[in-house]
Design a protein around this ligand. Structure first.
Ligand code: ADP
Ligand code: MG
Length: 722
């Protein structure tokens, strides 16, 4: 359509020049963060030391010290141009929430005083009634509190000091992602520390690390604005495939267009100032698709950084007349977007527990942790899938181009054969002790060298071991990473505790420690075999095979959410202290509700587009054709081709009328249901099923109706930023 092309090319010329800083990144990195170097300047020694203790070890901070921290933080914020502050938290809606308060208060006598106390820093009561709580606040008490999380530093965005906080109900239940994330990191940290003590008594803490890779699409703002589906749902509900899309594979790692590069530069500059350690950027496989990734950090901070990045991406994109799409599947027929979560555990003595060592003892420790992760993922594979499932990510999972909707773990040929060898070997020839009592495992002394250059890559696996970490690839691009990390940490915490119990029992029964560990490891290798799959996750054979192995193969999102409330999940989450049954019920309720709302909005938007844009244009074109055929017939010509076209458009129009009508009726039925789970299931089974058929008719019409009349920008216009 001419109109869109003109607007787009006008914008394309308008490349925003970037504030290219002449300084080096090291000069401005973290300049908007109340980090340790700044704290040292703004806090007295005692306060600083106490705060560091709180940050590193979780030692509580007294009210008096909190006051002093608040005073220092406020001064720093004022010195850096801030005039407001906010508690920044992550409600279950996804995204982040903030309510800004001014640092200054009128004192009623014509003066303004600047107020920001330790109490205000530590706790707030946001007007929380409009955040989803899955009924927790209705059942118990209407209030919700946000409370300071000192382990993630405060930062300044524009002129607002943002204080990372948790968000909890008056009765203590978590209403956000951060609370369970912190609990899960504690649980896995403690359980892992105990297991580490078999190998090294010096370990006193185990940390969880996360390195995310964020994929996204960029669209020209004017074209985006002309598509109600993109504006309201974040994805295209219709649109015929472009003749050229990603088949030439010319986009991945290709040259980045100037307009995009300028956006990326500004995003990097702003991110680095906020202490987000961005490191890589490149084109992704699909046209207009890109990825960026930071250096990994401790998981709570890494997740805050991802949340923050998603917000500032959107802001900066607008400055460049772009819109960022974080939806997992904005376009049909080309790749969707994910957010790989690279996850590892590391000790305070500097050892990555998923990194093969250089001595057999280190390797037994490595194998121990590896195998416990496999066992946990095996037992809770359904739950892990629930953790990354959503209305939006369900388009991507199992869609033959992304991780399948079945959780399995990839290990690569070398590691697989090491585990097989271990499991098969007889105790006596597999472990021996040398003069220094160092454990040796015959036949696997080659582990270190082999694993370190293990470059096996299997892009079809949802959960892959990649040499020194696990890469959870099934996470959606718009997800809060916490959900995946909470689940991973919790299930591994439970498994490590059980492992410890079993090993200790054997030791108590007189078995040598290393042999006891080795025996349990062997048993776990065998019992968790079904989760291990190195083949092609996209193949149909795998679906059959996975079913035979007893893995969760459910594809319906509302039913997948049931995994949160299974007996074993409730038991695991409560044993690890991460989520109580009430919290699980509430969170699952929110998941069902959100699912329903998303499908409901899509159904409405699709219906509107059909009725108010597509069908009127079809009629217009039909009228033109009819007129032509009528006149041709007057001249004695038959107009056969046009009649065939008319019939085609007319039958599709009739079908669209009927489908939209039936979809509306299905929605009415579903809307009468009160139970959130049942409603979500109905939306999945009886409403969403219309989308493909409706789209199919529209996309076929798009191919034959006059391009000048077509009311929406097409894929070929949307997808190629020049
Ligand atoms: P690829 O696209 O090949 O998977 P990238 O370099 O894009 O790799 O991203 C890898 C991510 O993994 C980065 O965020 C990196 O910091 C992170 N990472 C590397 N080592 C670890 C580790 N031990 N624990 C957690 N994350 C890690
Ligand atoms: Mg990756």
């Amino acid at each position: 359509m001419l109109r869109f092309k003109m607007v787009e090319s006008a914008l394309n010329r308008q490349v925003r020049e970037v504030v290219a800083p002449s300084a080096r990144p090291s000069d401005y990195f973290g300049e908007k963060v109340f980090g340790r170097n700044v704290m040292r300047k703004y806090l007295d020694r005692t306060t600083y030391d106490a705060l560091i203790q709180t940050m590193d070890k979780g030692t509580p901070l007294s009210a008096e010290l909190a006051d002093r921290v608040a005073a220092g933080m406020r001064q720093w914020a004022l010195d850096n141009g801030a005039d407001h502050y906010t508690h920044w938290f992550q409600p279950l809606t996804g995204g982040t929430a903030e309510k800004h308060d001014s640092f200054s208060d009128p004192d009623g006598k014509g003066f303004v005083i600047e107020s920001f106390s330790g109490k205000v820093l530590a706790q707030q009561e946001p007007d929380a009634s409009s955040f989803p709580s899955g009924g927790i606040r209705n059942t118990f008490e209407a209030r919700g509190y946000s409370a300071w999380d000192p382990s993630s530093p405060a930062f300044i965005v524009d002129t607002t000091l943002c204080i990372p906080t948790v968000f909890i109900a008056y009765t203590g239940e978590a209403l956000d992602y951060k609370v369970p994330l912190l609990r899960a990191m504690t649980a896995v940290g403690e359980a892992a520390t105990e297991v580490c003590h078999y190998f090294d008594k010096n370990v006193s803490r185990v940390h969880t690390y996360l390195g995310w890779e964020q994929e996204y699409f960029l669209l020209d703002e004017s074209l985006w604005a002309a598509r109600p589906d993109l504006v309201l749902t974040g994805r295209t509900l219709l649109g015929h495939e472009s003749a050229k899309n990603q088949q030439l594979e010319d986009h991945y790692f290709g040259a980045i267009p100037a307009r995009v590069i300028n956006f990326m530069k500004e995003l990097e500059y702003e991110s680095l100032k906020l202490g987000i350690p961005l490191k890589t950027r490149h084109n992704e496989v699909a046209p207009n698709q890109f990825e960026l990734a930071p250096v990994y950090e401790e998981a709570n901070l890494a997740n805050d950084h991802n949340q923050l990045l998603m917000t500032i991406m959107d802001k900066i994109a607008r400055r460049h007349h772009f819109r960022v799409l974080l939806h997992e599947k904005p376009f049909k027929g080309i790749n969707g977007s994910g957010k790989h979560n690279n996850w590892s555990l590391g000790t305070d003595t500097g050892v990555n527990l998923f990194s093969p060592g250089t001595t057999p003892a280190e390797n037994l420790q490595f194998i121990t942790f590896l195998v416990n992760v496999l066992a946990a993922v095996h037992r809770h594979n359904g739950l892990l899938k629930a953790a990354i499932m959503s209305a939006t990510n369900s388009h991507r999972l199992g869609a033959n181009e992304a991780p399948p909707a079945i959780i399995s773990a990839f290990l690569g040929t070398h590691l697989s054969s090491v585990l097989d060898k271990l499991a098969r070997s007889k105790d006596d020839n597999a472990i021996r002790f040398d003069a220094k009592s160092v454990l040796r495992m015959s036949g696997i002394s080659q582990i270190p060298s082999i694993l370190l250059d293990n470059t096996d890559r299997n892009r079809t696996s949802p959960f892959a071991f990649t040499g020194n970490r696990f890469e959870f690839r099934a996470v959606g691009s718009s997800d809060n990473c916490a959900e995946a990390i909470i689940t991973l940490c919790s299930i591994v915490a439970e498994q490590l505790r059980e492992f410890k119990r079993e090993v200790d029992e054997k030791i108590a029964g007189g078995m040598k420690k290393d042999k006891a560990i080795y025996e349990v490891v062997k048993r776990l290798i065998k019992s968790s075999r079904p989760i291990h799959f190195d083949g092609n996750g996209y193949s149909d054979e795998w679906k059959q095979e996975a079913k035979r192995r007893g893995l969760d193969c459910e594809t319906s999102a509302p039913l997948i959410f049931d995994n949160y409330l299974s007996k074993q999940s409730v038991k695991m989450f409560s044993a690890t202290g991460v989520l109580s049954k009430v919290e699980l019920e509430a969170r699952t309720e929110v998941k069902w509700e959100t699912y329903t709302k998303k499908i409901q909005i899509e159904a409405r938007v699709l219906g509107d587009i059909v009725m108010s844009q597509i069908l009127p244009v079809a009629s217009k074109y039909e009228a033109i054709l009819l007129d032509k055929v009528y006149k041709m017939r007057q001249l004695g010509l038959d107009g056969e081709a046009d009649v065939a076209l008319l019939n085609d458009i007319q039958s599709r129009s009739t079908a669209l009328h009927r489908l939209v009508h039936d979809m509306v009726e299905a929605r009415k039925v579903a809307n009468r249901i009160d139970d959130q789970r049942e409603k979500a299931i109905l939306y999945h089974d009886t409403v969403a099923i219309f989308f493909d058929d409706i789209r199919d008719h529209i996309d076929k019409m798009e191919e034959v109706i006059d391009d000048q009349l077509w009311p929406l920008p097409k894929y070929r216009e949307l997808l190629f930023i020049r």
